[in-house]
Design a binder for this molecule. Sequence first.
Ligand SMILES: NC(=O)c1ccc[n+]([C@@H]2O[C@H](COP(=O)([O-])OP(=O)(O)OC[C@H]3O[C@@H](n4cnc5c(N)ncnc54)[C@H](O)[C@@H]3O)[C@@H](O)[C@H]2O)c1
Length: 264
Amino acid sequence: MEISLSGKVAVVTGAATGIGKAIALGLARADARVGVIDISDKVVSTKEEIERMGKQSVAAVSDVAKEHDVEAGIAQIKSKLGPIAILVNNAGITSGAPRSILKMTGDEWDRQMAVNLGGAFYCTRAVLADMVETKWGRIIMISSVVGVGGAHKGVAYSCSKIGMSGLANTVTLEYSKHGITCNTLLCGLIGSPNVATLPEEMKKEYVTKRVPAAKIGDMEDVANAVVFLASEEAKYITGADLYVDGGAHLFTFSFAAKHLSFSE
Ligand SMILES: NC(=O)c1ccc[n+]([C@@H]2O[C@H](COP(=O)([O-])OP(=O)(O)OC[C@H]3O[C@@H](n4cnc5c(N)ncnc54)[C@H](O)[C@@H]3O)[C@@H](O)[C@H]2O)c1
């Protein structure tokens, strides 16, 4: 199956680097016109890379946690590329040092919820009217397995990520009849530049003991799933939580036992 997003305008948040950039490039390769949003002005380099591919792009420097920033960024993209058909809510942070719940500060809680979940809400609301009018839309949330599984010393991150599934499911209930789908990707450990800074020993232990696929995911694994969910071909898939984690969510004692001395 060859996927073409020709004629569609996509917006990717958090697209200056990492997974968001890989998603933006993947959508452009599938022929979408791609608007890229980030709090960092390095997002301009993503736009330039897309243009070097011979495709149209617009970059907007916006903080997705701020309602007016989001409205302005989406309006800027829409005025140059046209009505938005595809939104990928990728911008996310794990701010501050790891802290148990007793030590989590209100400021850290508020910022992570505001960026990870509030940002997804503002962006979703900003594009829905176009999608309802054109009777076609695709919204994809970039979430994490730790939304479901909890995050040791990362309560705000975990709660903000599981909240994205609630947002996606609500979009599905309210807007499916308008030809709009909304799905959530629950990512495991993905080899973004962020993850490259984690200790090698820790990653090795994680993939050996926790990931049936026995490796860290590539950013393109996420981008490929996004391109499919953004396509016409995925029109009957909505309200779904799709794991992009090499099977890590299936971790159980039976898988752990494989590493114990009594297993073969
Ligand atoms: N890398 C992983 O292993 C992994 C696993 C699960 C989920 N995720 C999720 O995937 C997404 C991308 O992860 P990554 O590893 O590429 O991270 P990253 O930190 O490399 O990229 C995040 C991008 O979001 C931007 N951003 C941060 N705050 C913003 C704001 N307020 N407004 C606009 N943009 C903002 C950053 O500038 C950056 O460009 C995140 O939502 C993350 O939670 C990543």
